[in-house]
Design a protein around this ligand. Structure first.
Ligand code: SF4
Length: 243
């Protein structure tokens, strides 16, 4: 799995950020997670070895900006450089998640048109009001590959009006001792909506507090991904039958 963090640090923007892991972690380490800074790996995708080959070579998706939000305002002076690296590395696919999709049109390069082929944008939504707000925009915006990330899922969400042109939906509970509970029924309801719209669905992890059939379980971190996988409810969209 390849990761690239051109900058790190972020500010909370909605309920889903309440227990954001970068803030929790940096609070423990004594760092200021609210300070957005460029990292040493800012230009990682275009770094080359002595023999001229790129240092970053992978067939996997490059998980980008997972310690920040790609569209955080503080990174505006640096983002055009990052777009140029992404454009140079057409052989790689870059995925980033955002809660600031409302900033897309002011942050994309002039040749964006209907999006870059090698960029996948996942919009994070934690409840219905954020889904209504962010996914309405996601539906309208020109992006080649779109995803919806319901994580942390802290209430039921009806995605039925927001799945046109969506490549994937992932769902997961909230991790950590202060995590808010995730109800399995919410997960199943989203899954059913995805199947109905022929959109790929993945249940990533249960979160720490997981409710199933009215019973609340505390799930050890080491089991949260395993338990979700064991549920066996992932769905892969059938090609040629998209909505
Ligand atoms: S937008 Fe993402 S990275 Fe930023 S504070 Fe919220 S959860 Fe954390």
């Amino acid at each position: 799995m390849a990761h690239w963090s051109p900058w790190q640090g972020c500010r909370k923007i909605s309920e889903g950020c309440k227990n954001c892991y970068i803030h929790t972690r940096d609070g423990v380490d004594g760092k200021d997670a609210g300070k957005v800074i460029k990292t040493k790996s800012f230009d990682l995708p275009v770094l080359r070895k002595k023999n001229g080959e790129y240092k970053l070579n992978t067939k996997d998706v490059v998980y980008t900006c997972f310690q920040t939000d790609f569209f955080i305002e503080d990174a505006d002076p640096w983002r055009m450089d990052v777009w140029s690296f992404i454009k140079e590395r057409k052989d790689l696919n870059f995925l980033f998640l955002t809660k600031r999709i409302h900033r897309l049109m002011e942050c994309v390069p002039s040749d964006w048109k209907d999006g870059y082929d090698n960029v996948i944008i996942g919009v994070s939504v934690e409840n219905q009001s954020m889904a209504d707000k962010r996914l309405t925009l996601l539906q309208q915006y020109p992006i080649k590959h779109k995803g919806v990330v319901c994580q942390p899922l802290i209430s039921e969400i009806d995605l039925s009006g927001y799945l046109d042109g969506i490549d994937f939906v992932t769902v997961g509970g909230e991790q950590g001792i202060n995590g808010r509970p995730c109800d399995y029924q919410w997960v199943l309801d989203i899954r059913q909506t995805c199947i109905g719209h022929n959109v790929s669905f993945s249940f990533r992890q249960t979160g720490t507090y997981f409710i199933k059939e009215g019973i609340r379980y505390k799930v050890a971190r080491s089991h949260q991904f395993v338990q979700a996988r064991k549920a066996g409810i992932d769905f892969i969209a059938q090609s040629g039958e998209g909505t």
